[in-house]
Structures are given as C-alpha cells and as structure tokens.
Write a protein that binds this ligand. Structure first.
Ligand SMILES: NC(=O)c1ccc[n+]([C@@H]2O[C@H](COP(=O)([O-])OP(=O)(O)OC[C@H]3O[C@@H](n4cnc5c(N)ncnc54)[C@H](O)[C@@H]3O)[C@@H](O)[C@H]2O)c1
Ligand SMILES: [Zn+2]
Length: 350
C-alpha cells in the first residue's frame, strides 16, 4: 500500500492507494470516523459493480449504511440531484456527526462533496474514486461543485475529505474511452512536473503493462497534486499550473457542446496547442509538442481537433480564467517544467 499525507491549514488527511482496498473500506474508515451512520453515494454504473463489496466491509466494521444511487453522467451534477441527496440523507437520519462516502467518478465525487460541504454547514466525507480521472485529479484537493444551466462548476466550495481511498483495481472495468480520458490528466502531470513519468509512460506498450504500473502512476500524480494543493489550496497561484492544456481544452469542449469530445480529449489537443504556441514564442524547447503528441496518440487520445482560430478565441473569451484580453496561459519550458505566462488573446497564433 502507498500512502500520501496531505497537510493544509487546519486540515490533514491521508490518501491510501492499494489494489483491492475497497474490501477494507470499513477498516480504514474506522480510523477517521467513530460515528454510526454512513450514507454512500454512487452512480448507476458503479453501484452494481462495487457497492456490495463496500457495503459488506462497512457492515462488518459495524456501520449502518444507506445507499443513494444517482443516474450516471455529468447531468447528475445538478441542483435536483443535490436536493435529492439532502432529502435521502435526512430521511436516513444523518446528523452532523455522521459520514458521507462518495463511491464513483468525478461526478459522484463533486456532487457528494458539495452536498457534504453544505448539509448542516458541513459534514465529514470520504472519497473513494473509481475513474482514473477521479483518482489522480478530482478526489484530491477538495474542490467540490455542481453545474448550473449557465455553466459547469459554477456553484461550489473548497472542502477537504477526511480520507481518500484509491482502489486501482476498479479501473479494470472502465471503458477504453474513460480510461484514456484520465490518461490525458496523467500525461498532463508528467508534462508540467515529472518528465520521468512521461518516460515511464512512453515505455509502456500494452494495457497489461499499464495496469502493472498503475499504482505507482496514480501515486505519482496524487503526489504532484498534493504538493500543489498544500502550497496553494485556494487556487490563487501555483495550482493554476494544473490547468496546462485546459484553456484550449475547455474551448474545444464548449465549441462541441460538451458532447463530441470528453474533457481529457479536449485537454489532450489543448496541450499540443499550448506546446506549439510556447515553441513559437521561444518559451518551450523545440520538439516538445511533437513528443507530447506522440505520447497522447499512444494512449488513444486525439491531438488535432478541427476548430477555427476565430471560434477558439471566442470560446476562450468566456473562459473563467480569462481577464479581459489578457490570458494567463500555462506554458512549458521543457517537458516536466511549466510556468504561467501572460498572453494577449490576439497574440495566440503568432
Ligand atoms: N473537483 C475537481 O478538482 C475536479 C477535477 C477534474 C474534474 N472534475 C469533475 O469530474 C467530472 C468528471 O469525472 P469522471 O471523468 O470521473 O466522470 P464520471 O464520474 O461521469 O465517470 C465517467 C463514467 O465512468 C463510469 N464509471 C465510473 N467508475 C467506473 C468503474 N470503475 N468502472 C466502470 N465504469 C465506471 C461512470 O458511471 C460514468 O459513466 C466532471 O464533472 C468534472 O467537472 C472535478
Ligand atoms: Zn482536467
């Protein structure tokens, strides 16, 4: 088992990473929670696959468990599902001293985390992420949110979990596309902080090898995120580096109405655009974009998504990171080293 300890002001928690840890959920949760009632939120895909094992382990540990299942998919990160969670948790008789567990991908994690942050002005919660994206990104760092019709993640909070339990065996049941989606974020960590991770990923030629090394890979990514979050919990500085590829990626997702491309696919193509821009500016070492592109392709990610420059500029304009005509763009100096650069929107293609 690998453990990371996250230390932020007034909050500390562990991230435990181990194949099969789901079956020991009760045992681990007992170390941070001495109450009785646990509401587990999951989705309609993850529930049938993993809920029985978690329930069994929680029951054996002596907890009283209530299961709440939301429909799988991004559209569940909405106020209707949020209010349903409050209702069901209250019907279960949950109090401020009880616990909420999120068992699922980023959608379950963000929605459940936000419910936990707000019910009774905050009740403790534990993240058990089951997608690669959730394991390396959304479950760590305490950002929780729901969407509004006007945009994604518009209502949210910074609310740290009591513990994160990562069972990398859960990734075996992911579809190829959802796995690749998470790989885009893994490659992002390598690109901005850890060239050695990119070297490891380059050497992997088949899925079996990836799964043999997945614990180590997830650990490396969580460790990167841990360090950034410890230094900049509220996302005012260094944490912005995690947005490498995201300014363009979000624009792509938006242009295609969040239907055609997944987040990771948008970010993959966005990282290549950012690397090429950096090379043109003389900030990024030559050859970086092509090396990144090869690696993304190796993991089944698109690197070129059709979009005109005008459409890209328009879509970027409403990006929440934009300030007037100035963009704070994350650019690479070389693989493994990133920095924030102020750029004029109109200079993006020069
Ligand atoms: N809070 C943060 O810091 C943060 C960071 C990045 C992304 N996010 C959010 O995360 C969300 C995306 O997360 P996601 O990509 O995990 O999406 P998701 O939760 O929708 O999961 C993707 C799909 O995989 C299924 N699934 C989950 N685990 C599975 C498993 N082990 N086996 C088989 N199927 C499984 C889900 O049911 C779903 O259909 C977005 O809403 C995004 O805004 C949050
Ligand atoms: Zn992302």
């Amino acid at each position: 088992m690998k453990t990371l300890h996250v230390t932020i002001p007034e909050r500390e928690y562990d991230i435990h990473i181990e194949k099969g840890i789901l079956d020991r959920g009760g045992e681990f949760i007992k170390t941070v929670f001495q109450g009785e009632k646990i509401a587990v939120v999951t989705d309609s895909n993850v529930g049938p696959l993993y809920m029985n094992r978690l329930r069994e382990s929680l029951t054996v540990a002596g907890f009283q468990v209530c299961e709440i299942v939301i429909p799988a998919g991004e559209s569940s990160k909405c106020k209707e599902q949020l209010f349903r969670l409050y209702e069901e948790m209250l019907s279960f008789g949950i109090t401020r001293g009880d616990l909420v567990v999120a068992l699922g991908g980023g959608v379950v994690g963000d929605l459940t985390g936000y419910a936990a942050a707000t019910l009774f002005r905050g009740i403790p919660y534990v993240q058990i992420p089951t997608t690669l994206l959730a394991q390396v990104d959304s479950s760590v760092g305490g950002k929780v949110a729901i969407n509004l019709p006007k945009g994604k993640n518009l209502v949210g909070a910074f609310y740290q979990p009591k513990m994160v339990l990562i069972d990398t065996d859960c990734l075996i049941t992911l579809s190829e596309r959802v796995l690749a989606d998470g790989m885009a974020e893994v490659i992002k960590y390598g690109a901005i902080f850890r060239k050695d991770l990119l070297d490891t990923l380059t050497q992997i030629t088949e899925k079996k090898e990836l799964f043999a090394k997945i614990e180590e890979i997830v650990y490396t990514c969580c460790d990167c995120k841990r360090q950034v979050v410890e230094r900049d919990e509220l996302d005012n500085g260094e944490r912005m580096l995690l947005n490498f590829g995201h300014t363009f990626g979000h624009a792509i997702e938006k242009q295609y109405h969040y239907e055609t491309y997944t987040h990771g696919e948008g970010v993959a193509a966005g990282m290549v655009i950012a690397a090429e821009h950096g090379e043109r500016q003389g900030i990024t070492q030559k050859g970086t974009a092509s090396r990144l592109e090869e690696l993304l392709k190796q993991y089944g990610l698109p690197t070129r998504i059709p979009m005109t420059k005008e459409a890209m500029e328009d879509a970027i304009q409403v990006d929440k990171k934009g300030q007037g005509n100035i963009l704070h763009l994350v650019l690479l100096e070389e693989l493994g080293k990133a920095r924030l650069v102020k750029t004029q929107r109109s200079n993006l293609w020069i």
